[in-house]
Write a protein that binds this ligand. Structure first.
Ligand code: ZN
Length: 479
């Protein structure tokens, strides 16, 4: 909700209660203000917090890949990354750099928000792409939300919009719960210990993901301000992220972070990616937008759809403009990851047979939201043919990304559709291969498929065998 809307709501509330000092909203705001004063004092004091102008933190992250592990169920895979965040609050400059591995990917990238001079940095591809609509509040929000001192600054500045919600007990200790509404995003519920006045927990509800819970642990004092050394994030009760904060620097210049390294090639900005339909070969359509796509293959009497991302429902709508009256007989899901099964619901609604692996049945049925959805299980391969056109499905798993992974191959057209193994940017430079790409290329070799075109679940780009070769031929340095 925007600040203005909230202010308007507050004005209405105040008007209704005739500005009575004992009215519920007034009591709530006043009580929140008392809690904020005590919390700011406990975290270093109004002066020290007020004088905090810039902050640099270096951390080690452990990501727990809930819904994104190699297997469908727990225990989930853990991936390590290192992170640098640097913020200059007065000049609205923010820099973040993340390097690590996970899910068969190596990544080493950054974002610099500095007014007109804002960039998306890829240290693996050695490229820097300008950010056309840099947004300091949105980009710096995740760092602010995991940093108590920065949350205290937010509370100081926005106390008029904070409410006291009540008292809750955590680990046998009483906490006051107050709200904080930042410039962007849903309201946060902050738990302030009634004795120590320290921030120990925070919560927010983020549809459609559910409840996100922040735990701030192991405080220490640096230059008079309290900083936590440990942080944990839970999503719907499942551990999702553990941060080990290694270094904290206050009020230092950010010069070393605010220029694009000389060795990075400046490339074109990443353009907006609206819904589009691309007829890759006659009767073979790649349809999607905003980074997710599905392939539709027109057979004599029906359609075969491949891909399970959230675009499927909208993409089916677009497909109907090309193929008006043939039913979707098969809806093929590439793998069990939580961003590759939402399409199951759209396929179930179409009355299609959902093609997946037996191991993924529970995940797929949950995503389909329909216990009576028709599922067909693939083991190693499956062929769908109407006598004139053929769609071949192959399990290329296990790969570093998933235990079981389907790709589709159209032998007559030489087209391959894949998910999450050959990341192709919408335009420009193909980055160096990640371990998942190496496994994908090896599988294509072993299957001895004769292909010319590679399209994917996350790119509108129509790639080629040469593009895959170029990815494999580049240096692949682990961060
Ligand atoms: Zn995946």
């Amino acid at each position: 909700m925007k600040l203005k809307t909230l202010l308007a709501a507050a004005v209405v509330l105040l008007a209704c209660s005739s500005l009575n000092a004992d009215s519920l909203p007034m009591k709530s705001v006043n009580k929140a203000s008392e809690v904020i004063d005590a919390a700011v004092a406990a975290h270093g004091g109004a002066e020290a917090i007020g004088n905090l102008k810039s902050l640099v933190q270096k951390s080690e992250f452990v990501n727990i890949a809930t819904g994104q592990s190699r297997k469908p169920g727990p225990p989930y895979d853990r991936a390590q990354s290192s992170n640098v965040n640097a913020i200059d609050l007065e000049n609205e400059v923010f820099f973040t750099h993340n390097a690590g591995t996970g899910g068969g990917f190596d990544f080493d990238n950054g974002t610099l928000i500095n007014g007109e001079d804002s960039w998306q940095l890829d240290y693996r591809a050695d490229t820097a792409a300008p950010l056309l609509e840099p947004d300091f509040d949105t980009q710096s929000g995740p760092f602010i939300r995991v940093t108590p001192a920065l949350l205290m600054k937010q509370l100081q500045a926005r106390r008029g919009q904070s409410n006291w919600l009540g008292v809750a007990e955590i680990d046998g200790r009483k906490h006051d719960v107050i709200t904080l509404v930042m410039e962007v995003g849903p309201a946060l519920g902050l738990y302030i210990d009634q004795e120590t006045h320290m921030l120990t927990r925070m919560e927010r509800v983020l549809p459609p993901f559910g409840q996100v819970e922040y735990h701030f642990n192991d405080y220490t004092t640096i230059d008079g301000i309290a900083f936590n050394r440990k942080f944990e994030l839970f999503v719907n009760g499942d551990e999702n992220l553990v941060i080990d904060i290694q270094r904290t620097e206050l009020n230092v210049p950010l010069n070393q972070y605010t220029s694009v390294p000389a060795n990075l090639r400046k490339v074109a900005a990443i353009a907006p990616d609206p819904m589009s339909t691309n007829e890759v070969k006659e009767g073979v359509f790649l349809i999607g937008g905003n980074g997710t796509y599905a392939m539709f293959v027109e057979m004599q009497d029906y359609v075969v759809a491949v891909g399970g991302t959230q675009t499927v429902e909208a993409s089916i709508g677009e497909m109907r403009k090309q193929i008006a009256n043939k039913p979707i007989r098969y809806g093929v899901l590439t793998h069990h990851h939580n961003d590759h099964v939402p399409g199951a619901a759209a396929y179930a609604a179409e009355g299609a047979t959902i093609v997946t692996f037996r191991e993924n049945e529970a995940v797929v049925r949950a995503a389909a939201g329909d216990d009576n959805a028709t599922l067909e299980f693939v083991e190693d391969r499956m062929t769908i043919s109407d006598g004139s056109r053929t769609v071949e499905l192959y399990n290329i798993g296990p790969t570093p990304h998933a235990e079981n992974m389907l790709i589709a191959f159209l032998p007559q057209e030489g087209v391959i559709f894949e998910a999450d193994h050959f990341p192709q940017p919408p335009n420009g430079v193909i980055p160096p291969a990640v371990p998942a790409t190496v496994a994908f290329a090896k599988a294509l070799d072993e299957l001895d498929l004769d292909y010319q075109v590679i399209i994917g679940a996350h790119s509108p780009r129509v790639g080629s065998a040469a593009d895959l070769k170029s990815a494999l031929g580049q240096k692949s340095t682990a961060p």
